[in-house]
Design a protein around this ligand. Structure first.
Ligand SMILES: C[S@@+](CC[C@H](N)C(=O)[O-])C[C@H]1O[C@@H](n2cnc3c(N)ncnc32)[C@H](O)[C@@H]1O
Ligand SMILES: [Zn+2]
Length: 274
């Protein structure tokens, strides 16, 4: 059984397995890297890989500043936010979406799971419940979302989740170490999606699965989507563009399903050819 520590790499020396990380609330100010002595900050109980501040943490966009607020984090899973938005944008319930992602994740081994831009972790918890022996990570940039996620995981008895603060552009996981990467409700927020695909391809094991969903480009929303892209750096997903970009980083066997404006997808990291 993999431990969370086995796949995390030190942000200073890149050694894997040198930071003693535990799921649940970490009551420490630092965890010291056994290889280089780097004191990884633990902020409000959550190991913090986004320090020193990266460019995107220093210059938080308006959309990210909202996601950093405690109010947003506390209402995120209530009926007026994620469930309502999921229904309006895809016609699905969140529960149905979770069940679909679990099915797409497939039956293969799930020793390590990483839910990227996990927010308050409703998908993270679904993975942790489905694979109680897996080392499950929830990674997000927002401390408020992570704090809410940690408190919900503790309340619901999900003992195999480690929430970490980090950026999707600089994942603190070893190469070829993760069996399942998931990212929901976030990819349309980022301009440089190819940089994210490269990170995901790097951390996935050969044969590992990438699942998720995000808002697709939609002709009926053309004007508003163009405005959000120009003014706020959104990039709404186009299956053919995503397919080509994922192929370029070594992912294959892709499936895309569009419901209303939500694109759900799955891809598999190519096995090394013999
Ligand atoms: C709309 S929420 C999605 C949360 C959850 N995955 C879901 O499906 O409901 C988008 C999340 O992306 C996170 N985020 C934004 N920029 C990020 C980055 N560079 N790295 C990691 N997470 C980021 C935000 O903090 C926020 O929690
Ligand atoms: Zn180190």
């Amino acid at each position: 059984m993999k431990r969370h520590s086995d796949v995390v790499k030190c942000p200073r020396c890149s050694e894997v397995g040198s930071l003693e990380l535990q799921p649940g609330l970490m009551n420490l100010d630092y965890i010291v890297c056994e290889a280089c002595g780097y004191p990884l900050p633990v902020t409000q109980g959550i190991p913090n890989f986004a320090e020193p501040l990266s460019r995107e943490t220093r210059e938080l966009s308006i959309k990210q500043r909202i996601m950093e607020t405690r109010l947003f984090a506390s209402m995120y899973e209530t009926p007026i936010w994620r469930p309502l938005h999921t229904f309006l944008s895809s016609g699905m319930t969140v529960e149905k979406q979770q069940a679909e992602l679990l099915e797409m994740a497939g039956a293969g081994e799930k020793g390590v799971v990483a839910d990227l831009a996990c927010g308050t972790g409703h998908f993270t918890r679904a993975f942790a419940a489905a694979w109680p022996d897996a080392a499950v990570f929830g990674l997000d940039l927002s401390m408020s979302m992570l704090r809410q996620g940690l408190s919900l995981a503790i309340k619901r008895g999900r003992k195999n989740i480690l929430y970490v603060r980090g950026s999707i552009f600089d994942l603190p996981f070893a190469d070829s170490s993760v069996n399942l990467v998931n990212c929901c409700g976030a990819l349309h927020l980022f301009e440089d999606q190819p940089a994210i695909w490269a990170q995901i391809a790097r951390i996935l094991r050969p044969g590992g699965v990438f699942t998720g969903e995000a808002i697709a480009r939609d002709d009926k929303m053309e004007k508003i989507q163009e405005l959000l892209s120009a003014r706020r750096g959104f990039r709404f997903l186009e299956p053919e563009v995503v397919r080509t970009q994922l192929e370029q980083v070594g992912l294959e066997d892709m499936t895309f399903t569009k419901r209303k404006i939500i694109l759900t997808f799955r891809a598999v990291k190519r096995e090394a050819s013999s």
